[in-house]
Design a protein around this ligand. Structure first.
Ligand code: AMP
Length: 419
């Protein structure tokens, strides 16, 4: 019978990759806690309306990438394509906003988008998502970016480039938008069909288009930085000063607009110089109206989402994050030895010592080969004679030295294993 394979765009993650992922996640936990963040876990399924309102009707995600289905109760539900909307929903539902407070949350888990699968692009992928809800001081933006770059540094990721931009606010962005529409309408003939449509629905998305001919059109388009109102310009200047204070290298990329509708002011991305089309490993930005758009009070927010698949691919080569080999391998020869080996092995494990044993009754030679392959620190050979005498030789696999131990003296064995 044929085996059933995984769904296209959905992939299994096996060791040692899972060890790398675990290392990424525990490092995130450690760094984020130092910066005052707490973890939140939100459901994978939400009401479709949440994403329609939260992400925006005219975004690629909502237009064509969501896994939406009608539940048996006739309700339209969606597998979450990103976490921000869900985090804010939970923040509001549990009454977390309080006057002048700041709420710092992170969540880690799978997201679902029905995109065309390719290298570095999956239909189920995983994100580390971080959100700060509260005041909109530029120091908060800077602190978040500083924490992010510190986290990436702790992981040993190199050759990363941080790009920042300001997307303006409800005052200045419409003026810019009009200027862009005017500019693009004049160069309409050079735009791809998608961008022609975007011109009516979401003209700033044209800046994100990867089609070469559109790139030529936008090369000379007006830039938002020239349209920022004084408060937005001031916010952006202060953000840069804070980053400079901590010598965080960055580049202002005035053409970065980010794919989601909700961003205002600060937007940022980290890209890698390593080859491949999918070079963005994370994106984030400030959203001054999202909480209100989701029915909450006038609270500002800023967040980012890192793609774990892309981050894992950038981890330093040659490093492994798995557990080392077992401390002890018990080579048991014969039925009685297997019985006594089973007892000893699991007693030691319960004491917290990693021990392996082979119950298959293989030859001594093949069992020792296995111990070697697993890089066990010690080996204990137990046969009929050892059982008879209640003693066996405990061999240090690195130095070759051997100690005689009583098989029932677990404490003495533990003392030697601890050396
Ligand atoms: P976004 O939520 O679109 O801003 O994406 C943030 C990050 O999530 C990106 O920089 C990628 O690292 C990752 N990401 C987004 N979509 C995918 C995908 N389909 N497959 C793998 N990673 C993704």
């Amino acid at each position: 019978m044929e085996i059933i394979t995984a769904v296209k765009g959905f992939k299994d993650i096996l060791a040692p990759e899972t060890d790398t992922w675990r290392h990424i996640e525990t490092t995130a936990l450690d760094v984020f806690r130092t910066f005052g963040f707490s973890e939140i876990r939100v459901p994978l399924v939400e009401k479709t309306e949440l994403f329609r309102r939260g992400i925006g009707e005219s975004t690629d995600i909502v237009e064509k990438e969501m896994y939406t289905f009608i539940d048996r109760g006739d309700e339209s539900l969606t597998l979450r394509p990103e976490a921000t909307a869900s985090v804010i929903r939970a923040y509001l539902e549990h009454g977390l906003p309080t006057a002048e407070s700041i709420t710092k949350l992170f969540t880690i888990g799978p997201m679902f988008r029905r995109e065309r699968p390719q290298k570095g692009r999956y239909r189920q992928f995983h994100q580390i998502d971080v959100e700060v809800l509260g005041p909109d001081a530029p120091q908060i933006d800077a602190e978040l970016i500083l924490m992010l770059m510190h986290f990436l540094g702790r992981l040993g990721c190199e050759q990363l480039s941080l790009q920042i931009n300001s997307l303006g606010c409800a005052q200045c962005r419409p003026v810019f938008r009009e200027a862009v529409v005017r500019y693009l309408s004049a160069g309409k003939d050079g735009l791809c069909p998608d961008c022609l449509r975007r011109l009516d629905t979401n003209p700033l998305r044209v800046f994100d288009c990867k089609v070469e001919q559109c790139g030529e059109v936008i090369a000379n388009a007006p830039l938002l930085l020239g349209f920022l109102c004084p408060p937005c310009a001031d916010h952006f200047t202060k953000l840069q000063a804070c980053l400079n204070l901590f010598s965080v290298p960055f580049r202002v990329n005035p053409k970065m607009v980010r794919g989601l509708d909700y961003y205002t002011r600060t937007a940022f991305e980290v890209t890698t110089q390593s080859s491949g089309a999918q070079n963005a490993i994370l994106g984030g930005g400030r959203y001054d109206h999202l909480v209100r758009d989701l029915g909450g009070p006038d609270v500002s927010g800023i967040g980012f989402a890192i793609g774990i698949e892309r981050l894992a691919a950038l981890m330093p080569e040659g490093k492994t994050y798995g557990a080392p080999g077992p401390r002890l391998f018990i080579a048991a020869l014969g039925d009685r030895a297997v019985e006594s080996g089973f007892t000893l092995c699991n007693r030691l494990r319960i004491q917290g010592i990693p021990v392996e044993i082979d119950y298959a009754g293989r030859s001594l030679k093949s069992q020792m080969k296995r111990a070697d392959k697993m890089q066990s620190s010690f080996a204990l050979i137990v046969g009929d004679r050892e059982i008879e005498e209640n003693s066996a030789l405990l061999r240090n696999m690195h130095t070759g030295t051997q100690d005689k131990v009583a098989l029932d003296d677990v404490d003495a064995i533990i003392t030697i294993l601890a050396r």
